[in-house]
Design a protein around this ligand. Sequence first.
Ligand SMILES: Nc1nc2c([nH]c(=O)n2[C@H]2C[C@H](O)[C@@H](COP(=O)(O)OP(=O)(O)OP(=O)(O)O)O2)c(=O)[nH]1
Length: 144
Amino acid sequence: MSEQQERLVVAAAIVDDLTLPTRLLTARRSEPPELAGGWEFPGGKVEAGERPLDALHRELREELGVAVEVGGEITGPLDGRWPLGPGLTMRLWLAVVADGVPAPLEDHDELRWLGPGEWAAVPWLPADVAVVEALIARCPSARV
Ligand SMILES: Nc1nc2c([nH]c(=O)n2[C@H]2C[C@H](O)[C@@H](COP(=O)(O)OP(=O)(O)OP(=O)(O)O)O2)c(=O)[nH]1
């Protein structure tokens, strides 16, 4: 599949503090059946003609009911993107909640704040395991 046909997913590592993050919000997928039960970074697919950060704000509003302040990007190995599977890559940004209280409004059946030393302690979606490792490496304040 060519790069043009690849679908971009944008997602947020929502933390308690952009400078010294200690808590990370994770969301458990409720659909589709093959992904249900896996934990992920809230977000979703960028629509045609939509800018990635606009898509991120839209997805977080729809899925969690929150507005966020976006921080630095956690870049992956594919020109900054993370591989998720055939035809799908993800960009991920740190973010903090600016307005609202996160709630599992769409696509998720549970949200959980992971404390220091716990960021890898849920069954993340398979593609997210390497992403979480990179995130922990980037955030020493997340370790015990
Ligand atoms: N949001 C998100 N998706 C992820 C992560 N890890 C991972 O493999 N994925 C996969 C799961 C899905 O196949 C895809 C995201 O699609 P989605 O279903 O959330 O997108 P969407 O809300 O825009 O929904 P739709 O247009 O497909 O109905 O990326 C992650 O950490 N966050």
